[in-house]
Design a protein around this ligand. Structure first.
Ligand code: ATP
Length: 468
């Protein structure tokens, strides 16, 4: 399967099976907005819940937070977003289309274009004779700064409205609450604060399905440590980040890698950054791989806390209860993209298989903990009352324990095809034998093997399989 094909096939399956729909579609859509359908929102929720359980609930050194999207604009002065959060914008003088200069250079084989200055981007576009992807001309304006924050107005009185911003990252909500959490919860450094929520960036070139959008969700952690301990903490988070994708979510190791930012690429706040990247099928040709960032891991030092001290005038220092040392903790920040993680899980799970009778099936091999539906229950025939009654009983019995779905459309073969495409690990069929022997047929998504299981043992059987 070629790379372009794989991406097209995933996008088409997402629409066909209710994972992801184009946003506001009945009005002709709104560019690069996407809505998660019933199975997509279930998948996304499962990723979110597993992240929260892994990094917040299961740990004694983490607490959670849910801060507001709208924040005092001083936050963004302090964080550096008003002066620094921008990308190099270029216009094609012929067709007037706008692009992000560094990304266009990278797509044309220029490495590390993100670290080039505006002047260097303009020069490279000329020297490399980069063509406009839309009209193929090579006639560019000079690159200029374009701030990515969405600006809006707060207040109802015309003329008295204040400019505010939709947050471009969730992190700052954590920093401004650092003192509240120190004062109200019994946390001691080292500890972290985790948060999941929407962020907004007016991206110049959104695209590649849900990979780059203007509204997206982040899952961020700010982990506060003593400055002497940050190297060890950074290494631990590096290990845990990759484990989350490969072990917890089951993403194939060969499609994951770490990439360290070199000094020119580092953000204004960061002393060291690693990205966890996934091998996305966005290549222009089959031979091109597009490694794309899933998660950033940054050593932010004490940049944010000291900036907020400066701009708010509040003392944000921490006093160690044992040594009485007073200091500003340093911060290690694992910052995960939820939508990109869901896209990764969808792409990584997509499989096409040839069957013995030469037909093909598409199967989404989600880890069972992530699957939107864990077990589907079918009556063999939908017009046989006794089968439907028994199947309903089984469905009702399973529902409190598993994400269980009722399916009586078409024949059993068609139901298997559909459940394979939404990635359901187990299908349970109630047939005429069930009425005599109180057993059902359980079919395994991956092996397609079928087993007879007693109804009274069914919940335990499925539970064992799902957690194996
Ligand atoms: P990129 O270089 O791809 O623009 P970034 O380095 O600006 O990403 P961060 O600021 O480190 O991204 O944000 C943390 C995470 O948030 C990213 O790893 C990514 O998963 C997610 N993210 C950032 N921008 C977007 C976007 N426009 N759409 C979807 N997810 C995003």
């Amino acid at each position: 399967m070629s790379k372009e094909n794989l991406m097209e096939k995933v996008v088409s399956l997402c629409k066909r099976r209710g994972f992801v729909f184009p946003g506001s579609e009945i009005y002709g859509g709104l560019a690069n907005t996407w809505d998660y359908g019933p199975y997509g929102s279930a998948l996304k929720k499962n990723v979110k819940d597993i992240w929260w359980k892994t990094f917040v609930e299961d740990r004694d050194d983490m607490v959670g937070l849910d801060a507001a999207i709208l924040m005092n604009p001083k936050t963004w002065e302090a964080s550096g977003h008003i002066s620094n959060f921008s990308d190099p914008l270029i216009d094609c003088k012929e067709c007037k289309e706008r692009f992000r200069g560094d990304k266009l250079l990278e797509e044309n084989g220029v490495e590390k274009a993100e670290s080039l200055s505006l002047k260097e981007v303009s020069e490279k576009l000329k020297s490399e004779k980069i063509a406009c992807p839309k009209c193929k001309a090579s006639n560019w304006t000079d690159a200029k700064t374009f701030n990515l924050m969405f600006k809006t107005k707060q207040g109802v009185v015309e003329g008295d409205q204040a400019d505010i911003y939709l947050r471009p990252e969730t992190a700052q909500g954590i920093f401004v609450n650092f003192k509240n959490i120190l004062d109200s919860c019994r946390v001691r450094v080292p500890f972290g604060i985790g948060q999941i929520g929407k962020a907004f960036r007016n991206e110049i070139t959104p695209g590649n399905f849900t990979f780059r959008t203007r509204e997206f969700e982040q899952m961020e952690i700010e982990y506060f440590v003593h400055p002497n301990d940050k190297k060890a903490s950074f290494d631990e988070w590096k290990e845990q980040s990759k484990n989350f994708f490969s072990k917890t979510l089951g993403v194939k190791d060969e499609n994951l890698r770490f990439r360290e930012h070199d000094s020119e690429e580092l953000s204004h706040y960061s002393a060291m950054t690693f990205d966890v990247e996934y091998r996305f099928p966005f290549g222009k040709t089959d031979a091109t791989e597009t490694w794309g960032e899933l998660q950033g891991l940054a050593d932010r030092g004490d940049y944010d806390l000291s900036q907020h001290e400066k701009f708010s005038g509040k003392d944000l220092k921490y006093r160690d209860p044992y040594t009485n040392e007073v200091y500003l903790p340093h911060v290690i920040e694992p910052s995960f993209g939820l939508d990109r993680t869901v896209l990764t899980v969808l792409i990584d799970a997509y499989n096409e298989e040839k069957l013995e009778d030469d037909s093909e099936r598409v199967v989404m091999k989600f880890k069972p903990s992530l699957a939107p539906v864990q077990v589907a229950v079918f009556p063999l025939l939908k017009n046989k009352e006794e089968l439907v009654k028994k199947a309903k009983e089984v469905h009702k019995m399973l529902k409190p324990h598993f994400r269980s779905e009722w399916d009586d459309n078409g024949n059993v073969g068609k139901r298997y095809r559909r459940q394979d495409e939404i990635g359901t690990p187990y299908c349970v069929t109630i047939d005429f034998d069930t009425l005599d022997d109180a057993s059902v047929t359980v079919r395994d998504r991956d092996t397609m093997k079928q087993e007879r299981v007693k109804i009274e043992e069914l919940a335990e059987y499925i539970n064992k399989k799902l957690t194996a």
